[in-house]
Design a protein around this ligand. Structure first.
Ligand code: HEM
Length: 482
């Protein structure tokens, strides 16, 4: 016969486990009731509703086929603007409702984290970079960025941009021959962003590119692609070899480190010297030089410069090529834009103030960013029991309970295509709609919103400069002739 002292401890442990589960369930129920929450529609087959294995496979397949945007949009059409699902055992909410997106990014900012799903992605290239941290660490880092991006006139170095534009122009064929404009814009994005952040272009548009510069270009590509893939496939990433990613991350860090060491050395020398440099002697602004005036922690400067590189290249390149993609298909908009550039700037290089006054150009940009936001998806993880303001219940008007640890994926791609915010013709490219819309209509968040809004949006005027300068060439070289 079993001694009762042997079976009592496991029985007590089991009872404790059951009671604490019940208490926890009751707390969730109570929170949900107190806030009038209702369930969101559930997406997924009954077979998969506990494991979410098929869902993970379907997401992976759509990612590989580059059909993720269509796939999630179809689900929004079927289940409504907010629905819940299960991916590999994890509860996930998908939303394109502007009330929910705004709530996560602004009002309930403190209830949601980014780092729980992102820190591991950035561990090799930028472990303390702004994308990998939350809380006080993020606040301290953000302060550094705020300071750097606060002087737009200083950071938008038109002389430097013009040099890169000249390289771009040399690559545009004469007489309207066809060419891949996206590849050229990607290289322009690389050269300008590397020059702005670390102060060394990788000469992507030059015929004198060194093997080291080419390698760095490829390394950035490898790091970006791996981070994007791993963010989509979640735990399935462990099945992939990470060797190439780790080596590419290290080379990218070494490349930035050389600039960071030099910048910290120069900043210390300047601080210790009694003589202040005159403006003529000062070196042009770069992000790394700016940071070195605030901190002398070289690895931290490297973390931030690699983060800015990862954030800047694709977004700028994507914005430039989608602008031209849409202009090439809309002769009316292109003619109007061309006339407005000639009216306001003429055929010369624009000044900073002229750029700020190009209202139609701004409307074209807003419309491009609406239809093709360079970051079409984003996500956050609840760091406490909380709620979303809309999407629950039969009519979708109730709040939804969000348990601590649940991920919320939001799609600006879909929220930018809502007819209630942007009109019945919301799928059309019509920059004129911005004459009537407020500057930041609900649901429009290409640069995100709230405290974590993109700091690089201040640098955005540089993109306008690039488009304008490229447009000048394209018009004169007859790029749009066909
Ligand atoms: C058209 C150009 C750009 C677009 C549409 C864009 C969009 C965005 C978006 C949507 C976010 C929010 C990400 C999140 O919350 O998870 C973001 C964050 C960020 N962007 Fe940009 N971006 C652009 C250009 C740039 C450039 C040129 C830089 C720097 C050189 C930059 C640096 C950053 C940084 C550092 C963050 C992180 C902010 C934080 O977590 O506090 N971006 N960007």
């Amino acid at each position: 016969m079993l001694d009762r002292w042997v079976i009592l401890p496991p029985l007590l442990a089991l009872a404790y486990f059951i009671l604490s589960r019940c208490h926890w369930r009751y707390q969730l129920y109570h929170f949900s009731k107190l806030n009038d929450c209702q369930d969101a529609p559930h997406e997924g087959s009954w077979l998969d509703c506990h494991t979410g294995v098929f869902k993970a496979i379907t997401l992976g397949r759509n990612f590989r086929r580059k059909t993720s945007l269509d796939y999630t949009n179809q689900l929004f059409e079927k289940y409504g603007n907010t629905y819940s699902t299960k991916i590999l055992g994890q509860n996930v909410l998908f939303t394109c409702d502007h009330a929910n997106i705004d709530h996560i990014l602004s009002a309930a900012f403190a209830d949601y984290d980014s780092s729980s799903t992102r820190a591991h992605l950035f561990e090799a290239p930028a472990p303390r970079g702004i994308f990998a941290v939350d809380g006080q660490r993020w606040k301290d880092t953000r302060k550094l960025y705020r300071k750097q991006f606060s002087n737009n006139r200083l950071i938008c170095d038109f002389d430097d941009l013009e040099r890169h534009v000249q390289n771009f122009i040399k690559k545009v064929p004469d007489n309207g021959q066809p060419f891949d404009i996206h590849a050229l814009f990607y290289n322009l994005g690389l050269d300008t962003t590397f020059a702005f952040t670390v102060g060394k272009p990788v000469n992507a548009l030059s015929s004198d590119q060194t093997p080291e510069e080419k390698q760095i270009m490829e390394d950035l590509e490898c790091v970006k692609e791996t981070i994007t893939r791993d963010a989509f496939i979640g735990p399935l990433r462990h099945f992939y070899d990470r060797g190439a990613f780790l080596r590419a991350s290290q080379r990218l860090r070494n490349f930035s480190e050389a600039s960071a060491i030099q910048a910290v050395y120069d900043a210390q020398k300047e601080r210790n010297s009694d003589l202040k440099l005159s403006s003529g002697q000062q070196q042009p602004y770069t992000f790394v030089r700016g940071l070195s005036k605030e901190i002398d922690d070289v690895p931290l400067i490297v973390d931030q410069s690699v983060s800015a590189l990862l954030a800047g290249v694709d977004t700028i390149a994507g914005l430039l090529s989608t602008t031209f993609f849409l202009l090439a298909r809309n002769a009316r908009v292109m003619q109007k834009l061309r006339a407005s550039i000639i009216d306001n700037v003429g055929h010369e290089r624009p000044t900073y103030d002229q750029l700020k006054q190009l209202t139609y150009m701004q409307q074209v940009f807003n419309e491009v960013l609406r239809l093709f936001p360079p970051i079409p998806f984003n996500h956050r993880t609840a760091n406490k029991n909380t709620f979303l303001p809309r999407g629950g219940g039969l009519d979708g008007s109730s709040k939804i309970f969000v348990e601590k640890g649940v991920q919320v994926v939001f799609s600006t791609w879909a929220s930018h295509r809502m007819s209630d915010a942007f009109g019945e013709d919301c799928d059309a490219f019509a920059p004129e709609r911005w004459e009537k819309l407020r500057a930041h209509p609900l649901g429009f968040a290409p640069f995100s919103r709230g405290p974590r809004v993109c700091p690089g949006r201040e640098y955005y005027l540089s993109s306008i400069y690039l488009v304008l300068a490229s447009a000048r060439t394209s018009f004169s070289k007859g790029v749009f002739a066909n």
